[in-house]
Design a protein around this ligand. Structure first.
Ligand code: SF4
Length: 79
């Protein structure tokens, strides 16, 4: 289980305050470029980025609605 998974689970259970993570952001598009070494896409900056560049405290973060968050997480997990 990754740190991001743990933080997200705690956040979804309201056990910790909302974190400004890519995986809960309305701009996050996981594995939009799945054949690339920068598989994810940020629609805020309109650029791809890699797994190691996933943010956990991004100033530009905007919380996605719950349905979108769930769908994004499923896509992220499916990789
Ligand atoms: S705006 Fe920040 S938190 Fe949202 S996808 Fe882009 S880099 Fe991630």
């Amino acid at each position: 289980m990754t740190l991001i998974t743990v933080i997200r689970q705690l956040q979804e259970k309201n056990a910790i305050p909302v974190q400004r993570m890519c995986v809960t952001c309305r701009y996050f598009d996981p594995f939009a470029h799945s054949q690339s070494d920068k598989p994810h896409h940020c629609h805020f900056v309109h650029a791809p980025f890699g797994q190691r560049e996933l943010r956990v405290d991004c100033r530009e973060h905007e919380l996605a609605d719950p349905t979108s968050r769930a769908a994004t997480w499923d896509a992220f997990e499916a990789g």
